[in-house]
Design a protein around this ligand. Structure first.
Ligand SMILES: NC(=O)c1ccc[n+]([C@@H]2O[C@H](COP(=O)([O-])OP(=O)(O)OC[C@H]3O[C@@H](n4cnc5c(N)ncnc54)[C@H](OP(=O)(O)O)[C@@H]3O)[C@@H](O)[C@H]2O)c1
Length: 275
């Protein structure tokens, strides 16, 4: 039995799909089983990292688990995992953990990784670059006004498809090897104007990109995250606009197929852009 936490998220949902396709028995943790929308073959259990009393039953009889990186909330899960004899953990981390200056987000992931290492359980740390799924935040602007407003239009980055992140995690959950760190990006470095154009072409519409000042973008981001996390994301964009983004290095050697392109991801999530 493999436990998938974060099972209703962009990555977790695809891990569940990969594991079922590989013939594994899957238990999925969510705070809201009734609304999970997960396949019928999955044993869906209620659990919440912030309510430790919900975790022991979820880990009962489980050999391997995918761990969603809820910052500052992994201790109880890891304690239960150790006591229940869990053999392997696959932690979602971030390529920010590899940066010379990891910033607020990279440091939070490094703390997660250190906690998992300290548990003594064999672990794989999956370190993807930024997600293509972040661009779903543009959906409302695309349908409402036909213009995406954001900072650093020229920021050229190689975002990764959540299906590829999930495929790496599933490989680590089902193979004997793959311990340690796995860092990867998506297959193409594209700037934000090029990404918006790809989405627009898929919808058969014209969409512009209007660059906004960093201060305006910071104010918007800080509504959803701590200000130092917003600073980190904007610094990443600034560096990428200056041509200092991460080099392209895909997960192909691990997943045994080419990484999904941005255009393929847009087609895959087209309904979410229209919703
Ligand atoms: N975005 C990026 O560019 C990027 C890049 C690298 C790494 N990452 C990492 O990837 C993560 C996002 O992954 P994602 O897109 O798959 O997530 P997501 O779509 O935002 O889904 C969040 C998942 O976390 C679960 N969850 C939230 N709070 C929980 C709690 N208290 N207890 C148990 N489960 C809880 C939710 O489950 P329920 O709501 O069903 O309970 C849901 O399945 C980020 O947090 C980041 O650390 C992101």
């Amino acid at each position: 039995m493999i436990l998938v936490t974060g099972s209703t998220g962009n990555v977790g949902r695809n891990i569940v799909r990969e594991l079922l396709a590989a013939g594994e028995q899957v238990r999925a943790l969510t705070r809201n089983p009734a609304g999970s929308g997960l396949p019928a073959e999955v044993e869906v259990v209620e659990g919440d990292f912030t309510r430790p009393e919900t975790l022991a039953a979820a880990l009962d009889g489980v050999r391997r688990a995918f761990l969603f990186p809820l910052f500052g909330e992994l201790e109880s899960f890891l304690g239960h995992a150790r006591r229940s004899g869990l053999e392997r953990l696959v932690l979602l981390s971030s390529s920010a953990a590899t940066f010379a200056t990891p910033g607020w987000i990279g440091e939070a992931h490094l703390r997660n990784e250190a906690e998992v290492s300290a548990s003594g359980i064999d672990a794989t740390f999956v370190r993807p670059s930024l997600f293509m799924a972040n661009d779903l935040a543009w959906a409302d602007q695309i349908s409402a006004v036909g213009v995406v407003r954001g900072p650093y239009a020229k920021a050229r980055m190689a975002p990764v498809d959540e299906r590829d992140v999930a495929a790496v995690a599933a490989a680590a959950l089902t193979s004997a090897g793959l311990l340690g760190h796995v860092s990867f990006t998506g297959p193409q470095a594209l700037n934000q104007v090029e990404r918006v154009r790809t989405i627009a072409e898929a919808h058969g519409v014209t969409v512009g990109f209007e660059e906004i000042p960093r201060s305006e973008a910071h104010a918007h981001l800080a509504e959803h995250m701590p200000p130092p996390a917003a600073d980190f994301l904007l610094d990443q964009l600034k560096e990428a606009a200056e041509g200092k983004g991460e080099p392209v290095s895909t997960a192909e050697p691990v997943i045994g197929r080419p990484a999904h392109t941005y255009a393929s991801w847009v087609q895959h999530r087209i309904a979410d852009f229209r919703r």
